[in-house]
Design a protein around this ligand. Structure first.
Ligand code: B12
Ligand code: SF4
Length: 597
């Protein structure tokens, strides 16, 4: 069979048919760029595409979730029917994609019964033995670093031999599940990269920009992220990638890192393409002070103009912040104390305890330097946390507003929709005060279809029922929003907009509860919610725009894009047949049309 791409990577929406269902998803995605459709695809799509392209495979990323969001008439089966992939990869990385990913796989199988369907990501890894039993799933690649194993799998599939030696692979033969050993556990991450040039080439090759955009609104807010590590040294009870959880999923006993050289080289590449902020995922000090300082020295030499966003997992000495300030012209900080209550913070992660006084000293030091912005994140749904404790957290935010200037802002959100599978809280719920309402993949898939986020949450705690978690969230959101207005963190229009949306979401939730108790959802409520992902579930704990940095007149560097395009087209011409030359000419026409538009 002639194929037009070796591997088609598809990112599904959280709930496949969100455009016709009536669900109140809730503010579960308000502190990330995505909507409740969770339209952002994993960074791993880019590392896999880069790695495979280096080895001669063609890869195409299609963000189906975003395409479906942006165009109500976008027809998924029709779009997929036109493609001729050698293999299809679907991420079930985040558990909230439990419904959408399996539905997309079902459609792919119906349309292309002989094309292998490969799943991967952390949730696929956790649920691999259940996942492989769905008829639409052929292979599951386990682990958090699968590029070499994926390349091997594609090679084996093309050769038509049995994949019994492909590391990390769960598969089935004659109806029997086979679990190959976890052989692909790289000790360093320098073998992978987020190659922006490969992404530009992908856009050109398939003449499709829309499908590779990472989230709704990225074009106006082109924030990018670079990863520093796989795994984590910390032990947050609720995290599906903590030290203990990574041990469970990958058998690795410690996190693995990218070298500072590779990290900074990647940031330089990104800065040549976009002027948007670059978020460094993970605290640089996690791999020791020498690592952090080497990264900063390299950043200083690179003199990147973009805003660089640093994450702190604990409180560094003042000298570290000074080193950031010397190395980077434009920088911001993110800190996640999770709760104002030090006891709860210790319950959430006993390995990294810090006091409020220590955190405030860090805040003062950062704001005494050139930090442009300092965001402090709190969470609802923690061990030991009560409704009163959540109220206290918001009062603590007021204290932070009072003692600092407008560069500091606070955010609070519910942990949702799910407590991460494999997290310590998920594995030992009683020990940490959780009550799980779903355990299997299928149970989570069903939860996602419940009418309201109160019933989608997969947990409650000894201290708060699901209803309490929902009520505590809206109450905290209302008070914090009012405080932000009062202390000048947001302008009146934004503050009033958020207040209106919270009130509308609350009213709708109450009507749903009421009708739920009576066992019928009336037609009017169902119609109001049909296909609705924005009005009642976006910007209902804060205004989404608070997450972004101010844009530039020109967010992208057109010269770099042009250079990559010319290099790509030059390569195509050199290796082309007559047919390919015709395609390249068509590419030029498309480029001219896109420029005119
Ligand atoms: C950075 C990050 C984010 C970024 C997104 C970055 C991105 N686009 O990937 C932001 C902040 C936006 C984010 C959001 C969310 N996140 Co997050 N995130 C992380 C974090 C801290 C690091 C991930 C990372 O850098 N990975 C590095 C890249 C290169 O690897 P990768 O993407 O994982 O891909 C590799 C493998 O996973 C696998 N793989 C992935 N997909 C596929 C597909 C196929 C076919 C194959 C073969 C392999 C494969 O192979 C890849 C290459 O080796 C992790 C925690 C951690 N320390 O790991 C949490 C984590 C992954 N996130 C998590 C969660 C829950 C979320 C949210 C659902 C939270 C929420 N309610 O808002 C959202 C979902 C966003 C969406 N889809 O729209 C959980 C996932 C638990 C679970 N099993 O469901 C984690 C483990 C911890 C946590 N609680 O934060 N997140
Ligand atoms: S939530 Fe905690 S355990 Fe998970 S990646 Fe962040 S610091 Fe590490």
């Amino acid at each position: 069979m002639r194929t037009d791409v070796d591997l088609l990577l598809l990112h599904a929406p959280s709930v496949y048919d969100f455009r016709r269902r009536s669900i109140l998803y809730g503010p579960v995605s308000d502190l990330i760029p995505s909507s409740p459709v969770f339209e952002m695809y994993p960074l791993g799509f880019v590392t896999m595409a880069s790695y495979l392209a280096e080895r001669g495979f063609t890869v195409r990323i299609v963000n189906l979730a975003l395409r479906m969001m942006n165009d109500r008439r976008f027809d998924v089966p029709q779009f997929l029917a036109r493609l001729k992939p050698g293999a299809v990869g679907i991420d079930l990385h985040w558990l909230p994609h439990a419904h959408g990913s399996l539905e997309i796989a079902r459609i792919v199988k119906e349309l292309h019964p002989n094309v292998p369907v490969i799943f991967g990501g952390l949730s696929s890894t956790y649920f691999h033995e259940e996942l492989i039993r769905y008829p639409q799933v052929d292979y599951v690649l386990r682990g958090d670093s699968v590029e070499p194993a994926l390349s091997e799998l594609l090679r084996v599939l093309a050769a038509g031999v049995l994949p019994d030696r492909v590391p990390n692979l769960t598969w089935k033969a004659n109806g029997e599940v086979r679990v190959n050993p976890l052989g692909s556990l790289p000790e360093s991450l320098d073998y992978v990269d987020l190659r922006v040039d490969r992404m530009v080439e992908m856009v050109l090759r398939y003449r499709d920009l829309e499908s590779v955009l990472p989230f709704n609104g990225w074009w106006g807010n082109p924030i990018t992220a670079v990863f520093t590590a796989k795994g984590c040294a910390h032990e947050c009870v609720t995290c599906g990638s903590s030290h203990t959880t990574c041990g469970l999923l990958t058998t690795r006993r410690h996190p693995v890192f990218r070298s500072p050289a590779s990290l900074v080289a990647n940031m330089v590449d990104i800065s040549r393409l976009t002027r948007g902020p670059i978020f460094i995922v993970g605290d640089l000090r996690q791999n020791g002070d020498d690592y952090a300082h080497e990264a900063l020295e390299r950043l200083s030499r690179a003199a990147i103009g973009n805003e660089i966003v640093f994450e702190l997992f604990d409180n560094p000495p003042r000298e570290y912040l000074e080193a950031i300030d010397r190395a980077v012209r434009n920088w911001s900080l993110e800190i996640s104390p999770e709760s104002h209550d030090e006891r709860i913070r210790r319950l959430q992660d006993e390995t990294t305890f810090f006091t409020n006084a220590e955190m405030e000293a860090t805040i003062d030091a950062a704001l005494g330097l050139r930090s442009h912005r300092l965001d402090v994140f709190f969470m609802i749904g923690l061990p030991g946390q009560t409704r009163e404790s959540v109220r206290e957290t918001v009062r603590y935010c007021q204290r932070l507003f009072e003692r600092s200037d407008r560069r500091l802002s606070c955010f609070i959100s519910p942990m949702g929709p799910f407590l991460d599978p494999g997290s310590r809280g998920f594995e030992e719920p009683e020990r940490f005060g959780y009550r799980l309402l779903a355990r299997t993949l299928e149970e989570h898939r069903q939860l996602l279809l419940q009418p309201s986020w109160e019933h989608i949450l997969n947990y409650e705690t000894r201290w708060m029922t699901r209803r309490d978690l929902v009520e505590a969230t809206y109450e905290a959101a209302e008070t914090l929003n009012a405080l932000k207005l009062r202390y000048g963190r947001i302008d009146r229009a934004r503050g009033e907009g958020v207040a209106r949306r919270i009130a509308a979401a609350r009213a709708l939730k109450n009507r749903l509860d009421d009708q739920g108790r009576r066992g019928v959802i009336d037609k009017e409520v169902a119609r109001t919610l049909e296909g609705e992902v924005r009005a009642f579930s976006v910007s209902t704990v804060c205004d989404k725009r608070e997450l972004f940095w101010e844009g530039h007149v020109m967010n992208f560097r057109l010269l770099t894009i042009l250079r990559i395009a010319l290099r790509y087209l030059g390569r195509q011409v050199r290796s082309s047949t007559l047919l390919n030359r015709a395609r390249i000419a068509a590419g030029f026409n498309w480029w001219r049309r896109a420029k005119k538009a």
